[in-house]
Design a protein around this ligand. Sequence first.
Ligand SMILES: [Zn+2]
Length: 142
Amino acid sequence: MREKLARFMVGRNGADALSKFFLYVALVLVIITMFSHNAIIYLLAIASLVYSYFRMMSRNVSKRYYENQQYLRMTDKVRDKFRGASAKAKYQKSKAVYEREQKKIYKIYYCPSCKQKIRVPKGKGKIMITCPKCKMEFVKRT
Ligand SMILES: [Zn+2]
């Protein structure tokens, strides 16, 4: 059976990205039809399914390849946007984790004279802090 199918598919386009896309579209439309019973949506589902199978069975591989490339080019921007968004989310998450870690280790003080932000290690008891900017000294508990 597998062999028969493999032989049948020789010289045919097979499942490319655009065929899969129409297969998904057909699936979504079928699900919508189950709830809405809309004849037009149902016809669109069938059409998408037929087109998807037509692409997979097609022997005009070069033309299907060209269409698939166009589809990939068209959707490239969308996929890029998704990739960009997930990278940004990852960066923001790591930044938040970093800041939380810093808060655990350090205590932030502001110099009473020049308002310079000074980061000192936590849990050292009473310490003398020297402002790196104006050299003002002050005592704080960490
Ligand atoms: Zn200062």
